[in-house]
Design a protein around this ligand. Structure first.
Ligand SMILES: C[S@@+](CC[C@H](N)C(=O)[O-])C[C@H]1O[C@@H](n2cnc3c(N)ncnc32)[C@H](O)[C@@H]1O
Length: 439
């Protein structure tokens, strides 16, 4: 049997990853992590940029590729197809010397074990170089290619945000900034800001979240001072707003029902480390990520792999002062961080997610003490998952009262608060805080 060639350069490695996401619907983060480890260090940055860039702009690049190829490539050549998209992305969006970008991309065919395709990839990319403006005009004559989103999602966003749909779609295509959460148990935000400056990592404070810092330029987490010993974590400032909405006090029993990878669990504990926090997640593998995070930060929580809605399987009968449902959702507010959402999500997912969210609200609400708070959040901009979900719940539960938050964490909606992606450079997020009043 022919020995498989090890890929050691960025372009063919990226083509393999992208081909796998497009063809087999695998999640980008998972495969990219393993691929990067297999590459020499100096190839990793380019590989990552290509993977994110091509997946982010896929509908646009695809529309251009359709004009260049004499006939579609076979399924088994999805890696070659992805290599062509990598070539187009470099020519359109990256400041690389064009001849090098082109020849290195064409050479990627050899690393993929398909030298016969060199002529085809070379001819397609050269054709694009020669005729870019006429090809672009033809390829980008529709919303799917222009905004680089699937048509069902464009339709949904237009319907929910008729005046802001373009702004939302454009924000989804922007490379996101890197926010940090300073561990307030170790030092103040100002002290950490000074440490970052001493390490040539300039950053600034963020108004909405008391522990948040925005780095001027994203960097490797291990360059952050004290990262290994829990000085700071990576978390968008929109997600950091959740801890203040929970109004955490000492001596509370708190349920984080959908907790992995544990960003909010850790923030809750950093605020009051002595509280009893129970963190659940349905996915045991993702639960191990919470463990790694709380260990790094030197915190403690009870972790359980369970379906939060199946309360018989995990609940000990003692009610909670606070419940956080950071619900499984479409992720339509964080597409800038996870562009593969545009490829992996299906329109039919929305209805099943809305049902899941409703079940979690119904099953967990009775576990809240009188006067306790349940905070419901999603990283979605789809109203069925957000304000309609909460309106529906409030209509059914007269013992539930929605709290008007001051300061408002985002724009007020008929129920709850919505931040759209890119508002103040933050992720898209929805927040609602419900109090259990005397029945
Ligand atoms: C938006 S993520 C949570 C992010 C997390 N709160 C954080 O801040 O890092 C949603 C999580 O809900 C989990 N999940 C989905 N359905 C669930 C269920 N029925 N019970 C518990 N967890 C569930 C998923 O595995 C996923 O990890």
């Amino acid at each position: 049997m022919a020995k498989r060639k090890v890929i050691t350069t960025a372009r063919p490695a990226a083509a393999k990853v992208i081909g796998d996401v497009l063809r087999n619907h695998r999640s980008l983060n998972g495969i990219l992590r393993t691929t990067l480890l297999s590459l020499p260090e100096n190839e990793r940055g380019l590989c990552q940029l290509l993977c994110y860039g091509v997946i982010r702009w896929h509908p646009q690049l695809q529309s251009i590729a359709d004009q260049l190829l004499p006939k579609p490539l076979k399924n088994k050549d999805s890696d070659l197809h992805a290599l062509l998209l990598c070539g187009l992305y470099q020519l359109r969006a990256m400041r690389l010397p064009e001849h090098a970008a082109l020849s290195e991309t064409v050479n990627g065919c050899i690393a993929l074990g398909k030298p016969w395709a060199k002529g085809l990839i070379n001819a397609s990319l050269r054709n694009y170089q020669r005729n870019q403006s006429s090809i672009d005009n033809k390829a980008l004559d529709n919303d799917v290619a222009t905004y680089a989103h699937p048509s069902w999602l464009i339709h949904q966003v237009k319907q929910d945000w008729p005046e802001k749909w373009q702004q939302i779609l454009e924000a989804n295509n922007v490379q996101p900034p890197m926010f940090l959460r300073v561990n307030q148990q170790q030092q103040s935000r100002q002290e950490y800001l000074n440490q970052l400056a001493q390490n040539n990592l300039p950053a600034s404070t963020v108004d909405f979240s008391p522990e948040a810092l925005l780095l001027d330029t994203p960097c490797d987490v291990y360059l952050l001072p004290g990262f290994r010993t829990g000085a700071a974590s990576i978390q968008d400032a929109a997600a950091q707003q959740v801890a203040s909405i929970l109004k955490i006090e000492p001596q509370q029993r708190i349920l984080d029902a959908c907790a992995a990878p544990g960003g909010k669990t850790c923030h809750i504990l950093e605020t009051e480390p002595s509280n009893e926090v129970i963190a659940l997640d349905i996915d045991p593998e993702r639960l191990t990520q919470i463990k790694q995070n709380i260990d790094r930060l030197g915190l403690h929580a009870t972790l359980k792999a369970a379906d939060a809605g199946d309360t018989d399987s995990w609940w000990d009968g003692k009610k909670f002062d606070r419940i956080l449902i950071d619900a499984p959702c479409s992720g339509s507010g964080v597409i800038r961080r996870h562009p593969d959402i545009k490829i992996l999500r299906r329109p039919s997912d929305i209805e099943s997610l809305v049902n899941k969210q409703q079940q979690l609200l119904e099953k967990l609400w009775p576990l809240l003490k009188t006067n306790g708070l349940l905070v419901y959040t999603t990283c979605s901009v789809i109203q069925l998952e957000n304000e309609h979900q909460i309106m529906d719940f409030l209509t059914k539960h007269t013992e539930a009262e929605e709290l008007h938050l001051s300061p408002a964490p985002a724009s007020r909606r008929i129920a709850g608060y919505q931040r759209l992606p890119g508002d103040n450079t933050l992720d898209g997020f929805y927040y609602a805080c419900l109090r259990h009043r005397q029945a």
